[in-house]
Write a protein of this length. Sequence first.
Length: 235
Amino acid sequence: MTALLELDGLGFAWPGQPELLDIPHFRLQRGETLFLKGPSGSGKTTLLGLLGGVQKPQRGSIRLLGEDIAQLSSARRDHFRVDHTGYIFQQFNLLPFLSVRENVELPCHFSRSRARRAGERHGSVDQAAAVLLGHLGLGDAALLERRADSLSIGQQQRVAAARALIGQPELVIADEPTSALDADAREAFLQLLFAECREAGASLLFVSHDQSLAPLFDRSLSLADLNRAATAPGI
């Protein structure tokens, strides 16, 4: 199986601080679902920033689809991220003044590649948003035009998932997206997320401290074990 994401000899430190990340090797395979346990002190937030190209490592490579994003300019990293990566954040980060449909379609306004893929697969970006929301249990047409801040936590979570998945990004990163849900709702959401990732052919990197979810994934790792520099508390 071909690796989608590869980290080799990755090192990162904030100015004037000891090294925060020291990851010799890491691979995420194409189509794989990976549970990455990210406790406090393991460097989770910084790692996700590096994977998105928000920060650059001091050493090593971060290859996504064979492209070393650490070597790209800031502008090219931004474009590469939105073209190929979908994010589901812990706080969802929906724009409250936009409708459900507008929130889901946002990546397609910033990425021609994702807009094209959404159109090729579903006929239009609007239809892609409607289909994704329907698959995630939000198929009511009236709901698509509601403001995002009028939704329940569970509904916001599914809107955030649809936004991450629209336009078939190859990598979906989920950062503690189930922390506000009870156990039954967590598992139900994950099964929907797995199904949509399979449908889109996307790999899923799911970061959480909730070890009870790990058996649902193809593979489970602890970032504290991967990161040889994870010793300082509160990082």
